[in-house]
Design a protein around this ligand. Sequence first.
Ligand code: DGL
Length: 258
Amino acid sequence: MNNSSIGLLDSGVGGLSVLSELYKIMPNQNYVFFGDTKNVPYGTKSPEEIFSYTKNILDFFISKKIKIAIFACNTTSAVAYDRLKEHFEDKIKIYPLIQSVAKYTIEGLKDNDTVAILATKATINSKKYNNEIKKYNPNINIIGIDCTGFVEIVENRLYENPQSIELIKSKLEIARNHNAKRIILGCTHYPYLKKHFKNILDVEYFNPANTLAKIIKNDLNNNNQKGTLKFYVSKNPDGFIKSAKTFFNVEKASLIDI
Ligand code: DGL
């Protein structure tokens, strides 16, 4: 690890969907991923709890001399970023997911089109997507759908479980009833479910991770070093590795209590 490492944080394996996009277009960077598997899911926790988990991870990154932190997590971007940014401003550059990509989520949409946000309870309650999108177009209809339970499906790899499919159907039904033109994957765990989503409701899906990766690439200097990947979790490294194999050939995640 060195000064140029990029830290990514999430409650668990969701953030790997962001890391994989970064790695695709910038394989020559050094990445440190922290999955807070001890405290997953974040989305049903209080803002105070989410703030404190996120702060601890940023302190951990700083202790590792990391200069860039990516919130590979919508929930922390929605609930904790505003409070954390001043405190950490001089110490680490933070990229919050929602605020970084909001402008692009509605690209190509017209006034009165409807966009549906699938996200955790905390993200939906925060109205962060609504507020950020409205800055760019106040005339887009935004439907927030609280998808509590999806994170557990992903963390426990219950993709084919009939109850999982029923839950997913019931949430997408809301988007269908509102005639949503586009669906935003407002939680980084949800790209793991994309195949199911498409089978149930065949509309356009927006994965903010692609856009965020491009924004970051644009900001960083290119280099010719050989990139590295390092994974830390706060609990259950074996479970993490099983899920992580969707995106990476991960062999090891270090267990760390922060
Ligand atoms: N993957 C995170 C997000 O994007 C957190 C999900 C959770 O732990 O509830 O919101």
